[in-house]
Design a protein around this ligand. Structure first.
Ligand code: PXG
Length: 465
């Protein structure tokens, strides 16, 4: 086996990476020509790369490292669990203590009627579980035709065939035969991009009522569930107008359509509550969880399911599961993550310290000529870039060009801030301090200034007509 360590020169690591490693959501040839940035270690909110740069990670990895990097307790728990019981399955009438303990903790944290957990290895797997579970639920109740699922355009629910079909990313559907039949997508509540002359409240209501129209078109007797992220993450941190979710809830209840809240990003403190459903005031039937469940330290996801659904599913044999459902090491690591979150009262830190500091830092950038507005819910935020704030204009040229330029300037300034189209996305570890938020704001401002200068120099500050 090759001995490949941190001590190899960056160029050598990059060449090996290009030769053998295929990256997700990446044009491999372009990356190979440029060379991937090699991350070698991380502590708190800072990453270190193979060149020794210290990079502030304002994305918490991929929206997941809520506790920050390098917590020794997490490694100690993993090591202990690996020594005691590194693996056993939960398929054939067996169970194990980490799985029991984590399911109980999640039942305690989740809204009162959600008391049952089906584990998966990721958010994608969990949403595949949800698709099969809601269809099985209605079939077991004698309504097998109640099988269609409604989602939103520009939603992200994962990258497997099932979860990618639930998602509403057109560029994903363009590859590999998605969406599978029986899944429908209505408009998203993105007032900034699509609200036109409506007020946000009127637009929120109109977009929610697309659900009612779709249910009536399909026939309520054919619709199993609606799935949505309380706040869309990968779609661009889209915070729905306050009219949106109450109307969705009303419609789901009226037509007996199950409500699945995809909490993969919003869950575990990101919006200032344990779950985004609380922040949005909804009571789902199923919550999808992953990412912040273990702060990304171990791959684990799952579905937290209502008493009603569990009663039906538990009465039949649900022919579904994954080798790593409830993996004991991952479950123990997730349990430790929840323990630290509770003992250190991370939610209070978010509500009283980090989220207000992030909001005031972002408000400080709102005057920047490129920043259209500040969207923020707890510790997830976006800054839509625009050539003209008042009209919320898009840039002339290909969407995403300006966002990409800004992201490159962020990288050059040792800041990870992602772009979705021409929106800059912020989702730092929840433990970030006000001082670190200041570092973030300074680097973000430099990147925005550099982007603005580029656009002026290249005569690209034009609005699309
Ligand atoms: N649901 C939501 C809401 C997500 O954000 C998934 C499900 C799928 O989880 P897994 O663990 O299978 O990846 C996600 C994942 C991005 C990005 O670029 C976002 C995700 C994953 C990868 C990239 O913003 N979200």
């Amino acid at each position: 086996m090759a001995s490949i360590t941190n001590h190899l020169p960056t160029a050598e690591l990059q060449a090996l990476d290009a030769a053998h490693h295929m990256h997700p959501f990446t044009t491999g040839d372009e990356l190979a020509a440029k060379g991937a940035r090699v991350i070698t270690r991380a502590k708190g909110v800072f990453l270190t790369d193979s060149e020794g740069n210290e990079i502030l990670d304002a994305m918490a990895g991929l929206w997941c490292v809520n506790l920050g990097y390098g917590r020794p307790e997490m490694g100690e728990v993993a090591q202990r669990q690996m020594s005691e019981l590194p693996y056993y399955n939960t398929f054939f009438q067996t169970t194990h203590v980490p799985g029991i303990a984590l399911a109980k903790s999640l039942a305690d944290l989740a809204p009162t009627h959600l008391n049952h957990v089906f584990f998966a290895g990721s958010g994608s797997e969990a949403n595949d579980t949800n698709l099969r579970m809601v269809r099985t639920y209605w079939a077991e109740k004698g309504q097998p035709e109640k099988s269609h699922v409604i989602s939103r355009k520009n939603a992200y629910h994962g990258s497997s065939v099932g979860s990618g079909s639930l998602g509403g990313m057109a560029y994903m559907h363009a590859q590999g035969g998605m969406p599978i039949p029986g899944i429908h997508h209505i408009g998203q509540p993105d007032w900034w991009a699509e609200g036109g002359d409506h007020t946000p409240d009127a637009f929120g209501l109109a977009r929610a009522q697309e659900l009612e129209a779709k249910i009536l078109e399909l026939g309520a007797e054919n619709v199993a569930a609606f799935i949505g992220e309380p706040v869309q993450g990968a779609g661009g941190v889209i915070i729905p107008p306050s009219t949106y979710w109450p109307e969705i809830q009303r419609i789901c209840t009226k037509y007996d359509v199950l409500l699945i809240a995809d909490e993969v990003i919003c869950g575990f403190g990101r919006t200032g509550n344990w779950f985004g459903s609380e922040t949005m005031g909804i009571t789902p039937d199923i919550m999808t969880i992953a990412k912040g469940l273990s702060s990304g330290y171990a791959p684990i996801g799952g579905s937290i399911v209502s008493d009603d659904i569990a009663a039906v599913i538990n009465a039949c044999e649900f022919n579904h599961g994954y080798t790593y459902s409830g993996h004991p090491v991952c479950a123990a690591v997730a349990q430790e993550n929840l323990r630290i979150m509770q003992e250190e009262d991370i939610l209070t830190h978010v509500r009283e310290v980090a989220a207000p500091a992030l909001k005031s830092a972002l408000d400080g950038l709102a005057d920047h000529p490129l920043v259209g507005t500040v969207n923020i819910s707890g510790m997830m935020a976006s800054l839509p870039l625009t050539p003209h704030k008042e009209s919320r204009a898009k840039f002339a040229g290909d969407a995403g060009t300006v966002g990409y330029m800004c992201r490159e300037h962020c990288f050059a300034n040792n800041l990870v801030m992602r772009h979705v189209g021409d929106r800059m996305i912020i989702s730092p570890p929840l433990v970030i301090t006000p001082e670190e938020i200041e570092v973030f704001a300074n680097r973000a401002k430099k990147a925005l200034d550099a982007t603005y200068k580029d656009l002026k120099d290249k005569d690209m500050l034009k609005a699309a007509s």
